[in-house]
Design a protein around this ligand. Structure first.
Ligand SMILES: [Cu+2]
Length: 182
């Protein structure tokens, strides 16, 4: 009985890990929303960015006509000065997906002369989330908010339980040995 519970515990733990992994997948943000990456219409990219809560793993999409625009990641100083002489990276496909991999400011400008000055620049600032402390403490699995998770992922539990089979067999072996010894 204890063995079954142990296996279920392992399966549920793995399910929760899987669920956590799925939840931690990034959101996709299209810069400028429907307007895209442009100088037409005076899109306020600063306003666009401050209304978002960016996180590590998020994907920033720049959609534009590559004949007229591009995307250059630059430093703080270059961003302020609209200096595109030595960008960190350059994107030119017209549909660039950039995954945010670190905290802090990710600064992008259009490298076409005059465009950055016209406001085609955006600051993707990823703040460290204090409430979502990532340290996965195994002591406190906080079962209250995650209690509903194992139910829909029940089908996952079957192959995951199979994973813990070797432990189960070992457990039975120990039980049999114990019965013989005592
Ligand atoms: Cu441009």
């Amino acid at each position: 009985m204890a063995l079954i519970l142990e296996n279920r515990g392992v399966a549920i733990f793995l399910c929760l890990m899987f669920a956590w992994f799925k939840v931690s997948n990034g959101d996709v943000y299209k810069v400028g929303d429907s307007a895209g990456w442009t100088i037409i219409g005076n899109v306020d990219y600063k306003q666009w960015a401050v209304t978002k809560t960016f996180q590590v793993g998020d994907i920033i999409v720049f959609e534009y006509n590559p004949q007229f625009h591009n995307v250059m990641q630059v430093t703080h100083a270059e961003y302020r000065a609209c200096n595109v002489s030595s960008p960190i990276s350059t994107h030119t496909t017209g549909n660039d997906s950039i995954t945010i991999e670190t905290y802090g400011h990710h600064l992008f400008v259009c490298g076409v002369p005059g465009h950055c000055q016209a406001g085609q620049k955006v600051d993707i600032n990823v703040l460290r989330a204090p409430s979502l402390a990532p340290s996965p403490s195994s002591e406190v699995p906080s079962p209250v908010p995650t209690v509903t998770v194992p139910a829909p992922s029940r089908s996952d539990a079957v192959p995951l339980c199979a994973l813990s089979m070797p432990f189960g067999k070992l457990g039975w072996l120990l039980l049999v040995l114990k019965l013989f010894l005592f």
